[in-house]
Ligand binder design. Structure first.
Ligand code: HEM
Length: 122
């Protein structure tokens, strides 16, 4: 059975499990030329923080960001649907790679999808 969005974080094993998903997601993002250039001047510590917050948000864990903050951190990037979709795909692949059940993957992705308007074209 699928967990609620807020329960997903715990269901997957909390911070330790999330750290593994984060590392994998990060590898996928940086290997993808559609989006890796956005992170060219991002330092590693910040990059890791970005990914951790990102994944935790998707799974209903702590360190959640508001829509307003999302618009602000992505300001000046002029992100397009192709970029957003690539990131979502990598999140899907990372969660699936670690055996997260399909219904839970869909729930995480639908949560991320609600941020779309806050992030695109800023
Ligand atoms: C889809 C939902 C997304 C979420 C939840 C998300 C989340 C975040 C968060 C939490 C931060 C860090 C803010 C901080 O540390 O102050 C951030 C920064 C950033 N995001 Fe995203 N993001 C998303 C999509 C994207 C996309 C599609 C791209 C580009 C392909 C992107 C590229 C970046 C970059 C380059 C930074 C700044 C890193 C730096 O400080 O240099 N994000 N994002």
């Amino acid at each position: 059975m699928a967990a609620s969005a807020s329960g997903l974080y715990e269901k997957l094993g909390g911070e330790e499990a999330i750290a593994k998903v984060v590392d994998y997601f990060y590898d996928l993002v940086l290997a993808d030329e559609t989006v890796n250039h956005f992170f060219a001047h991002t330092d590693m510590a910040k990059q890791r923080q970005h990914q951790t917050k990102f994944i935790s948000y998707a799974l209903g864990g702590p360190n959640q960001y508001s829509g307003g903050a999302m618009a602000k951190v992505h300001a000046g990037m002029n992100l397009q649907p192709v970029h957003f979709d690539a990131i979502v795909k990598h999140l899907r692949d990372a969660l699936t790679h670690f055996g997260v059940e399909q219904a839970d993957v869909e729930q995480a992705l639908s949560k991320i999808a609600t941020l779309r308007d806050d992030i695109l074209y800023k």
